[in-house]
Design a protein around this ligand. Structure first.
Ligand code: NAX
Ligand code: ADP
Ligand code: K
Length: 495
């Protein structure tokens, strides 16, 4: 897992790297600029007009280095504008200014708004970075407004200028609104919140060579789940194992109007590699199950109390279950057993907060989407506030809360938040959450602890969606489920 760090911690990592890895700060700036340019050229044709607008701190220094490197790469239509409203210049800005002057790139100086061109094709925003530390004055706000209104494509260096990624009040945001931000070293936690959309529509992260060891040694409440982390959690299928080795999942889902949800969930369990799957459903549905998913076994939902739960490694309950008295009774019953449990959808809709056991067994996972979450935990004005509630509630209730979103947050009883890096809007289709519940339940059955199962389940689910979205505009839950085994294999092979 990668620690996500604050601006302040990033500065410490910067200082540590310069001092201990003996890298002069101007060389670090060069690395940052090289990494930026490498990412940037995949978004921008070298024929386009690129305006690089720079401040005089290190963010501006990055901008000057980027201008020189883009010129070397073959970008012919580059112009640099230096904003002259800074009291001082950073050392590395000055060095890069001297370097840029040796090239043919035009350097213009801007002391007032009308020194800037009326429109920009591509604007690279290197005005303010992590050193942004006070209210913007009229000079800056009018320039930002001009760039925001008159550019075809704005790419910010590290952060959009005027955005403090460590404080989350964006009601009166007046900084740059970028289409893309190319950030250094680690994702900014703020960019995982939907409210960051008004600041940057998308972001990419590039490695600039800061000490990973140092960053990993920092205590961080937010951790980023990448492919390597996912691989480290994936259990290997070993020689001489059999279906009994991979656990038995009981899926309790589907009502007369939503039988499909139970099949999606159970099939996701199947394709995430559990050894055995039993679907607890109405007996009139049994013949269809046999035809549509012959691997599944069935049990009659009306006889749920007769089931010997010791045979089961995990239970998934909720998708399409309905919210009648029978559903309520089922959920309350399973909530009080000791089998690892994933509660989703209607299982959450029939619960109140006080229904959660005071001392739940350690494998209780809930997977609410925003509406299910707010119904249970109260309305929230922003995702930042919602996440803080999820974090506190996971600690208080001693359960794992998987708060689903573009970047799903996995909140654990020990106060950590794991942020899933995979998933995309092609997956926004009913039934996708049912598949996720199945993935997590299967991984519990395969022997992962609840934190690991939730993290890996979210990663595999989103990863499969990402792979498919390279070929399909929309990824249906069925398509995603069919491709889960391929993702498991892919991830197991990460170098
Ligand atoms: N590890 C790192 O932290 C690295 C950082 N680099 C770059 O350095 C940037 C940070 O550089 P700096 O610390 O020099 O800071 P900035 O370049 O963000 O800005 C500093 C300057 O802006 C002024 N300023 C701040 N708020 C202002 C406001 N509201 N109105 C007007 N002026 C304002 C400050 O007085 C100072 O002169 C990063 O964002 C990144 O782009 C890279 O060069 C390489 C490595
Ligand atoms: N825009 C998106 N980006 C990333 N993931 C998405 C997106 N839209 C949906 N998903 C994923 O799909 C799932 C949807 O869950 P949910 O809303 O419960 O679906 P349903 O109840 O229809 O099964 C979640 O895991 C969510 O993270
Ligand atoms: K910037």
């Amino acid at each position: 897992m990668l620690n996500l760090i604050t601006n302040q911690q990033m500065r410490m990592a910067d200082a540590y790297t310069c001092e201990n890895l003996k890298i002069p700060s101007v060389d670090l700036m060069e690395k940052a600029a090289i990494a930026f340019v490498k990412a940037f050229i995949s978004y921008c044709n070298p024929e386009r007009e690129v305006y690089i607008i720079v401040g005089k701190g290190n963010n501006g220094g990055d901008g000057l280095a980027i201008a020189r490197l883009l010129h070397q790469t073959g970008f012919k239509n580059i112009k640099v504008y230096i904003l002259e409203k800074f009291n001082s210049e950073s050392n590395d800005f000055v060095i890069n200014y001297e370097r840029l002057k040796q090239t043919e790139v035009p350097i213009l100086h801007c002391t007032a708004l009308n020194d800037l061109p009326p429109t920009f094709d591509v604007a690279i925003d290197a005005i303010l970075g992590s050193g942004f530390n006070r209210e913007l004055d009229l000079f800056f706000t009018s320039i930002f407004k001009h760039i925001n209104t008159n550019s075809n494509f704005i790419v910010s260096v590290d952060v959009p200028s005027g955005c403090n990624v460590d404080s989350f009040n964006y009601n009166s945001y007046n900084g740059i609104r970028a289409q893309l931000t190319i950030s250094f070293q680690r994702p900014k936690f703020f960019f995982t919140l939907p409210e960051s959309q008004m600041v940057t529509e998308d972001f990419e992260v590039v490695d600039i060579g800061l000490s990973q060891e140092y960053i990993q040694s920092i205590t961080s409440e937010y951790l980023w789940v990448d492919k390597e982390a996912a691989k480290s959690l994936l259990p290997r299928r070993k020689k001489f194992t059999h279906k009994g080795t991979y656990g038995h999942v009981l899926v309790c889902a589907g009502s007369p109007h939503m039988r499909g949800a139970s099949l999606l969930c159970a099939k996701a369990v199947l394709k995430t590699g559990a050894g055995l799957i039993t679907l607890l459903t109405n007996s009139d549905f049994f013949p269809f199950v046999n035809v549509l998913a012959p691997e599944l076994m069935t049990k009659n939902i009306n006889q749920f109390k007769d089931i010997n739960l010791e045979k089961f490694s995990s239970i998934a309950i909720g998708p399409g279950l309905g919210t009648d008295e029978k559903a309520k009774e089922l959920v309350h019953y399973f909530l009080r057993q000791n089998t690892p449990l994933v509660l989703d959808a209607d299982a959450l809709n029939v619960l109140q907060l006080e229904d959660f056991p005071k001392n739940p067994h350690e494998s209780l996972i809930i997977t609410p989407h925003v509406n299910e979450f707010d119904r249970l935990f109260g309305q929230h004005e922003s995702w930042y506030e919602r996440l803080q509630t999820a974090k506190k509630s996971a600690e208080k209730l001693k359960i794992i809360i998987v708060l689903k979103n573009q970047y799903t947050y996995i909140c654990t009883p020990n106060g950590k938040v794991f942020i899933n890096s995979t998933g995309n809007p092609a997956m926004a289709q009913g039934g996708m959450g049912d598949a996720l519940t199945g993935c997590i339940a299967a991984l519990l059955a395969r022997g992962l602890n609840p934190q690991e199962a939730a993290i890996l389940g979210c990663f595999i689910h989103g990863y499969t969606g990402d792979k498919l979205a390279q070929h399909y505009e929309v990824v249906s839950p069925s398509l995603l489920i069919d491709n889960l085994p391929k993702s498991l294999l892919d991830i197991s092979k990460v170098e």
